[in-house]
Design a protein around this ligand. Structure first.
Ligand code: HEC
Length: 282
């Protein structure tokens, strides 16, 4: 009798839990209130949770690749004169940027555009201000061959240079085991790409989105968090992806234009409500 009572209790508890899961999503720290659910749902319209690592099937992130990519990222030998490394314009100790309007090229000339941060860039669905590279790996080869930025005359020039270095030989061989020619331009791009796939900034905002309601305090749960998320995602108030998208005429891309329009609408609402310091107006 006692045993069957306990069994019944257990079944009832499980049944209740299942029902409550259906009604309100449970979270790490409890159950979403209606307000929190609404907030998380709105946030999820615009943002995804930043993962610890941006994995990709075509370029698996391994420790050996990341190690090599990191060395390459800081190496000024990736530029012709030896003045610039990736880190010169995307300084990782200053949030992945160089803090000047336009960056200095390898021979001291001025470039035409501002350097965006490399943090979280691997999560973007395209690279550069005009979206001309699809992935972080494709992007990584371009500054090396750009005549202003790093000015390496051609792919073979860099590969020959790296071949001569025994340390690089070891690093490439362990990053790309079994490959007959591990020191290649494609692998320079893959290694830098793998390293950049670890340059992510998951924050309390992401924890909150993932269901930890205690991660943000009540003040932060106001629209302010949307603003922080936008800045973090480097969307620059929706302006960034507009020009190339609008010209596309492609159905899939048009969907995203709508998202940008939504974003602008939300931001206008935010601007009406908040002053420049992020405080509620009036
Ligand atoms: C001389 C400065 C300079 C150097 C050196 C340089 N970059 Fe850049 N980087 C830029 C500028 C400027 C842009 C934006 C250019 C554009 O959009 O046309 C950019 C764009 C990028 C982006 C796109 C980010 C985004 O949000 O779209 C990534 C990623 C990046 N660089 C990584 C690298 C890597 C990796 C290296 C080294 C192999 C490197 N950069 C070397 C200046 C530089």
């Amino acid at each position: 009798m006692k045993k069957s009572m306990i069994l019944l209790l257990i079944i009832a508890t499980i049944a209740c839990q299942q029902r409550s899961t259906k009604e309100e999503p449970t979270t790490i720290s409890g159950i979403y209130s209606k307000e929190d659910s609404a907030l998380v749902n709105t946030a999820k319209m615009f943002f995804k949770i930043i993962p610890e690592q941006a994995n990709q099937s075509e370029n698996q992130v391994t420790d050996a690749k990341v190690k090599l990519g990191q060395v390459l990222f800081y190496d000024t030998r990736l530029s012709k004169t030896g003045n610039n490394s990736c880190n010169s314009c995307h300084n990782l100790s200053t949030y992945g940027v160089d803090n000047v309007s336009t960056s200095k090229g390898d021979a001291g000339q001025t470039g035409e555009r501002n350097s965006p941060t490399v943090f979280n860039a691997s999560l973007h669905n395209m690279q550069f201000w005009d979206g001309r590279a699809a992935t972080i790996e494709e992007q990584a080869g371009m500054p090396i061959l750009n005549p202003v930025e790093m000015a390496i005359p051609h792919k073979g020039f860099l590969v020959t240079k790296l071949h001569k270095d025994t340390v690089y030989h070891k690093l490439f061989t362990s990053a790309f085991p079994g490959e007959p020619e591990p020191v290649s331009f494609a692998n320079v791009r893959n290694a830098i790409g793998a390293f950049e796939r670890t340059l992510l900034t998951p924050s309390r905002f992401d924890k909150f989105m993932g269901g930890d309601l205690t991660a943000l305090n009540p003040d932060e749960k106001a629209l302010d968090m949307v603003l922080k998320g936008l800045v973090r995602n480097n969307l620059k108030f929706g302006a960034r992806y507009c020009p190339c998208r609008v010209k596309s005429g492609d159905k899939e891309k048009d969907k995203e234009i709508k998202t940008v329009e939504n974003l602008k609408r939300v931001l206008n609402d935010i601007k009406k409500t908040y002053n420049d310091e992020g405080h509620i107006k009036g």
